[in-house]
Design a protein around this ligand. Structure first.
Ligand code: ADP
Length: 497
């Protein structure tokens, strides 16, 4: 079989047809509703106790940290009250060994240390002032309350939220696995480590990154309509949206403001359709799931988000390399029986190990429209040690990567469409012709070429949306979404103290 025809047959397996998309939207709506009725369903539909979205007039200086997946971000945000803000920012990669540390304390001590470093670097005066004050005041935490930073803690894993700054971890996702942390209040874990370092910081709000994205986009989005959905397409994927309280049937334990008639719901859509009623399931999806830390869970996320797309592609490539009948990245001069030795890939290439292919190279593939695919071939060499990839090799790589990316975008459209339909905004006569605003964040939607275009293409074929409806949906990047959003929720929380 030629490489071209083999690649075509692989590509076909990643096809997700218009019919399948429409069926999936109906199933998404059904699972959303189920999650609003009771606990323990596929879509967790977690109430956040946030009952309104900002309008851009909010003001003040706040801190925010974000534990999202690949990186830990620390920032301070000055909200100017005119839909603009100033943000100071630092970012550090989470050491892999801490993602699977023995105790939660090890991870949270690292996070508190990063907060200390940030304060020393960017708020030295503020920090020094408090250090001095501590020496002169006998109370153990001798900081003046007005000088204590209110911090929004964006923690993008499923938590059972009990209050605005209290929530227990339900399960880890995205490669984290510290069993000791399950069931513990993550705000208390962080506050304890902050207190050990005597920092003038109070963890005021626990924020899911999707809620932060929604808040940030609503603060800064143009026009008078507020944002209905915040969605992340980064290491993982998830969305939070504004739901009518009347539709939320499961009991709420915490206090909240009932006057708005709405509450932000964190869908935890990464686990949409864990039963695989409507999700596609190629042999490579099966293999990826089997080798993951959480088989059978986060099945939607495993087909959509940055952490997994590269791994799906890697598994396809390994299969093709092992296939004696297909000449893929082959070393023409080798007559070895060992499949690895017949390739022109260096023996220690990361392509041979789990997670060894970063989704970012799929963006390189999609962006390279040179006739010789020279940029892509250069990256294959640099990142994966694939020497002298032929044009046909690079074309097959590009075609398969594109098919995986396109399927992910069409699956993303399923979630977005379901929430647009659930909101009823398309048929609301009061906002006729107004845009329906959606805030998004994450490397995939920001950097993967045509990802948004592919989402729009799918939205236009969805029943109840169509080409006209798709035009009204405005998908905009929520710039620095999690930081600003966390600050906005810390502001709301500070008002409730
Ligand atoms: P996080 O979700 O951890 O906050 P990001 O939004 O930056 O962080 O997402 C990181 C994920 O995005 C990683 O899985 C990475 O492989 C993937 N990624 C990074 N750059 C790109 C890119 N240019 N194109 C597609 N995926 C990317």
């Amino acid at each position: 079989m030629t490489l071209e025809s083999k690649a075509k047959s692989v590509v076909a397996q990643f096809d997700y047809t218009d019919d399948q998309v429409n069926k999936a939207v109906k199933e998404f709506l059904r699972q959303m509703d189920e999650g609003l009725q009771k606990d323990g369903t596929s879509l967790s539909q977690i109430p956040t106790y946030v009952t309104g979205v900002p309008n851009g007039t909010e003001k003040g200086l706040y801190m925010a940290v974000d534990l999202g997946g690949t990186n830990f971000r620390v920032c301070s945000i000055q909200l100017n009250g005119d839909t603009t803000f100033n943000l100071t920012f630092s970012k550090v990669a989470i050491p892999k060994d801490l993602m699977v540390a023995k105790t939660a304390q090890e991870l949270f001590a690292f996070l508190a240390k990063q907060i200390e470093l940030f304060l020393k670097e960017h708020h030295e005066e503020h920090f020094e002032q408090h250090v001095r004050r501590r020496m002169t005041i006998s109370s153990p935490d001798g900081f003046r309350d007005e000088h204590v930073f209110r911090l929004g803690f964006t923690f993008s894993f499923p938590v059972q939220q009990i209050g605005i700054n209290k929530g227990t971890l339900i399960r880890w996702t995205k490669g984290f696995d510290i069993p000791d942390a399950i069931g513990k209040d993550v705000c208390a874990l962080l506050q304890d480590e902050i207190d050990k370092l005597h920092l003038p910081v109070k963890v005021a709000a626990l924020v899911n990154d999707t809620v932060g994205t929604l808040m940030a986009r609503s603060y800064s989005s143009p026009g008078k309509t507020s944002t209905i959905l915040g969605a992340i397409f980064g290491t993982g994927t998830n969305g939070a949206y504004v739901e009518k309280l009347a539709n939320l049937k499961k009991p709420l334990t915490g206090e909240y403001d009932k006057s708005t008639g709405e509450m932000v719901i964190n869908t935890e859509w990464g686990s949409f359709d864990n039963q695989l009623n409507v999700l596609p399931n190629t042999p490579w999806d099966v293999a990826l799931d089997k080798a993951s830390v959480n088989p059978g869970i986060q099945m939607y996320e495993k087909r959509v988000s940055g952490m997994f797309l590269g791994e799906i592609l890697r598994l396809v490539i390994i299969d093709l390399l092992k296939n004696k009948d297909v000449a893929f990245f082959k070393d023409e001069n080798s007559s070895s029986n060992d499949w690895k030795s017949t390739t022109n890939i260096v023996a220690d290439s990361s392509i041979y190990t789990q997670w060894g292919l970063d989704t970012a190279i799929m963006s390189v593939a999609a962006a390279d429209s040179t006739p010789e695919l020279s940029t892509l071939r250069g990256e294959l060499e640099n990142q994966l040690g694939i020497h002298a990839a032929g044009l046909d090799d690079a074309q097959a790589f590009k075609a398969i990567a594109y098919a995986i990316g396109r399927r992910a975008a069409r699956l993303s459209a399923v979630a977005i469409a379901a929430i647009v339909l659930q909101s009823g905004k398309l048929t609301d006569p009061e906002i006729k012709d107004e845009p329906i605003d959606i805030g998004v964040d994450g490397s995939l939607v920001e950097h993967y070429p045509y990802f948004r275009d592919m989402i729009y293409e799918a939205l236009a074929i969805i029943d109840g949306i169509g080409p006209e409806g798709a035009k009204r949906i405005r998908i905009g990047i929520a710039k620095d979404g999690s930081g600003v959003g966390a600050a906005l929720i810390a502001l709301v929380a500070a008002g409730m103290e």
